[in-house]
Write a protein that binds this ligand. Structure first.
Ligand code: SAH
Ligand code: SF4
Ligand code: F3S
Length: 480
């Protein structure tokens, strides 16, 4: 079987990925069509999808699952049972990439023993020029590579790879239109992810996402609302609106303050719970806070990444706000919505970060008293401006700072959670608890993970749970 036919490869191009067009975002409703040949190729066969990274990837994985099932494939969670294996990857930090490459590497023997199995790589790593070149060189077990902008091409690429036995590589460096009408196989019947926008125009200097996901493209409100209504009809009780910077929603389709008006419309659907990820402090508007305060079905929890508490580091990250602006935003929201909870993302060891600047971050953490936070050691990403900044922080120092920061975050998280002892929270049960097979788990309105006992299986129900003990990252309770 001749595997390399380089002339047909469409490879990602980093330079093209940085370009931004100013034209208004258009939507395409009929780009996805299943050809007759692709429609029958999966009969009697199974697929396996492994998704890494953020919820944008999870939602993409659900569309891929939808397409694979239209092609007749059935899902399996075992790699050795699968005829098609899809690795939906994340590129945000080196550790994320190493994890993916390690897993794919460990599956080389599976491919060697079963050459008929088809291995596909997609997601953000597929958009990285040097990574794709390395994969083509070193991972002969990968048969199909496609990018984040052309997941609708999955059926054809799989069909071609199966029919010809030849490697298929098709990654677009430019995003094109918003693609509507892809099938979807949802992971959860209870909680549905809904993209409101794709891509990101913020270009924080450390971040690879604007390159791997392309320029910001907002979906039309009518398409978003239609998806929420469909979810509601199918029995979902919560929707999670997704975008890298939801507060900038609509800017590319001629809307001023688009997120506030979209949120209002979403609340009007009557779905019981609405959440949204991720918010950017710079684009947060007063009207968005107003809408949140007015609607009971918009959950009072906010993920608001701050990244650093040092103005100088924030400036060099190109975040577009100061630490005090962030503190004021948090204070203002707490004043308007008293029971609101806050989570954040933080990076330690950004190039040139001094001990004093790290102390600024700890001070901000103390001032904001986050309910929970994701903390990361800075990881240089090729082609981003920060990757060529001088003064790399000593790796040992980075690790020490992460440790100190995590202790501080856990302290505040435990303290915040202890306030819920004896209180009754409304929990949307998502199923059995991962930690304890005799308990159930779900999230409260405040976005607290609650493990609880209940005499019947309450999956899919929103129920009152009284908190009996509290930990740093979860609460335990009993259903009433
Ligand atoms: N769009 C979201 C976050 C996307 S990436 C936002 O702007 O908030 C999720 C988190 O990964 C970021 O908030 C940041 O804390 C972290 N991150 C991104 N690039 C990173 C890098 N190069 N090194 C370490 N952490 C990074
Ligand atoms: Fe990355 Fe910044 Fe965009 Fe978030 S807002 S995806 S951190 S560039
Ligand atoms: Fe990772 Fe891409 Fe999301 S880099 S965090 S999967 S947008």
């Amino acid at each position: 079987m001749e595997k390399s036919e380089k002339s047909v490869y469409v490879l990602p191009d980093h330079k093209a990925e940085r370009q931004r067009t100013k034209s208004e975002t258009l939507a395409s409703y009929d780009l996805f069509k299943l050809s007759d040949s692709a429609a029958s190729i999966g009969a009697g066969k199974k697929y396996y999808i492994r998704t890494y990274g953020c919820q944008a990837n999870v939602r993409d994985g659900e569309s891929m699952a939808g397409m694979l099932e239209l092609m007749g494939f059935q899902r399996t969670f075992e790699t050795d049972q699968a005829d098609v294996l899809v690795f939906n990857t994340c590129a945000v930090r080196k550790a994320a990439e190493d994890h993916v490459l390690g897993e794919i590497g460990s599956l080389k023997p599976l491919k060697r023993n079963h050459p008929e199995k088809l291995f596909c790589l997609c997601g953000c790593m597929a958009q990285e020029e040097t990574v794709v070149k390395e994969i083509l060189r070193k991972y002969e077990n990968i048969d199909v590579i496609f990018g984040t902008h052309n997941i609708y091409r999955l059926p054809d690429l799989i069909y071609k790879a199966m029919a010809t036995g030849k490697r298929q590589v098709e990654v677009f460096s430019q995003e094109g239109q918003v693609i509507e009408g892809l099938p979807v196989r949802r992971t959860s019947p209870v909680k549905g992810f809904v993209n409101i926008m794709y891509g990101c125009d913020k270009f924080c200097t450390y971040c690879i996402v604007p390159y791997t996901r392309g320029r910001q493209r907002s979906r039309k409100a009518k398409d978003i609302i239609a998806e929420i209504n469909a979810l509601k009809e199918s029995g979902a009780r919560e929707v999670v609106l997704l975008g890298q910077n939801v507060n900038a929603y609509g800017k590319d389709i001629g809307m001023a303050d688009g997120f506030a008006s979209l949120l209002e419309e979403c609340a009007g659907t009557g779905i019981e719970r609405i959440r949204f990820y991720t918010s950017h402090p710079r684009d947060y508007t007063v009207s968005t806070i107003d809408v949140m305060a007015r609607h009971e079905n918009i959950m009072n929890s906010l993920h608001l990444p701050v990244q650093s508490g040092s103005d100088e580091i924030l400036r060099r990250m190109a975040r577009g706000y100061t630490a005090d602006h962030y503190r004021e935003l948090v204070d203002e929201m707490r004043a308007r919505i008293p029971d609101i909870t806050f989570t954040t993302d933080l990076i330690v060891g950004f190039p040139g970060e001094t001990d004093e600047q790290f102390q600024d971050t700890l001070r901000l953490v103390d001032d904001c008293r986050f309910d929970m936070a994701y903390s990361f050691v800075y990881s240089p990403r090729e082609g981003t401006p920060a990757a060529s900044m001088q003064d790399e922080v000593d790796p040992r120092k980075k690790k020490d700072r992460l440790h100190i920061l995590n202790e501080r975050l856990a302290f505040h998280a435990a303290k915040k959670n202890s306030c819920y002892l004896g209180k009754t929270l409304k929990v949307l049960c998502e199923g059995k608890s991962k930690k304890n097979p005799d308990a159930y788990s779900g999230y409260s309105e405040e976005n607290k993970l609650v493990n609880f006992s209940c005499p019947h299986d309450p999956t899919g129900e929103i129920l009152d749970v009284t908190i009996t003990s509290t930990h740093s990252f979860s609460l335990d309770g009993e259903a009433l």
